[in-house]
Design a protein around this ligand. Structure first.
Ligand code: NAI
Length: 274
């Protein structure tokens, strides 16, 4: 079992972050964190497939085209519901074929949903909805990627890279919101990544990013006064803009992190420390 070797570790450091010639795919890639991750990967030189469900096909295509115009690389939008294993397999294969001429290098399993219910009140359906997207969907995405990467490597091609968007909710219990299903799904994602990183070391690196509070639509549903509670617990004292995360994803996607697998990169303004 050998982790992919760095092509040229002695080269000047900024070259380690280049994704030129690579093909990437991001689930939940048309808004929030996923959109900024897609933009970051494209800015680093990768062709990017952005997957979406709720955005209209017209808006998704125009988002892809805007990133492509500003970065000069090909960016294409694909509709894909990550809760359908079949749809995920088909979409990843199609994106590899259409964008990467058969090769896929980087897959970011980022799609996720949140809901707030007390532990005593969850219906089976409410609990299952969270697990279906955040854990099962992330697994289907990684598995489809892993199958492509293994085949690629057996055929003499490049090794792959999976990055999960987990959460600090994998590590701590957020308050005042009650979201046991979300927190449990994210903790499972972190352990899933650790397991796959060991199993797949021959053909892929697998890592997680665990963001703290990021200013996206996901947080907008919460009452304003909750922010004061959060800020009192975050040493950084503010929310993070989604674009502040893109460097971390480029780091994990690139050879700058060539010896890193099975890691969980926590980016939370110090929230998990006190
Ligand atoms: P968002 O709500 O803007 O983005 C979520 C994305 O997931 C959307 O593009 C949505 O269409 C997609 N999605 C949802 N269900 C889907 C499905 N069944 N199939 C395919 N795509 C689906 O929220 P945000 O914040 O950008 O979330 C991205 C990821 O970051 C999620 O996994 C979330 O749990 C995670 N996260 C967010 C934090 C935050 O404070 N905003 C903190 C830590 C983690």
């Amino acid at each position: 079992m050998v982790l992919a070797a760095h092509q040229n570790p002695s080269a000047p450091v900024l070259s380690h972050f280049s994704l030129a010639g690579k093909t990437a795919l991001v689930t939940g890639g048309t808004r929030g964190i996923g959109l900024e991750v897609a933009r970051g990967l494209a800015e680093a030189g990768a062709k990017v497939a952005i997957l979406y469900t709720s955005t209209s096909p017209k808006d998704a295509a125009s988002t892809a085209s805007a990133i492509s115009s500003s970065t000069g690389v090909a960016v294409k939008a694909y509709r894909c519901n990550v809760t359908s294993q079949e749809e995920v397999e088909t979409t990843l294969s199609l994106a590899a074929k259409e964008l990467g001429e058969g090769t896929l290098d980087i897959v970011v399993a980022n799609a996720g949903i949140a809901s707030q219910y007390a532990g005593l009140d969850y219906t089976p359906g409410q609990f299952k909805d969270i697990v279906d997207v955040n854990l099962n969907g992330a697994f289907y995405t990684a598995q489809a990627a892993g199958r492509i990467f293994e085949k690629q490597v057996k055929g003499g091609g490049r090794k792959g890279n999976v990055i999960f968007t987990a959460s600090v909710s994998a590590i701590l219990v957020n308050v005042p919101q009650k979201q046991a299903a979300y927190n449990a799904s994210k903790a499972a994602v972190v352990q899933l990544a650790r397991c796959l990183s060991v199993e797949w070391v021959d053909f892929a690196r697998v890592n997680c990013v665990s963001p703290g509070f990021i200013a996206t639509d996901m947080l907008d549903v919460h009452p304003e006064e909750w922010r004061k509670v959060w800020f009192s617990m975050i040493p950084g004292g503010r929310l993070c803009e989604p674009a502040e995360l893109k460097g971390a994803y480029v780091f994990l996607a690139s050879e700058a992190s060539s010896y890193m697998t099975g890691a969980n990169l926590v980016i939370d303004g110090g929230y998990t420390l006190p």
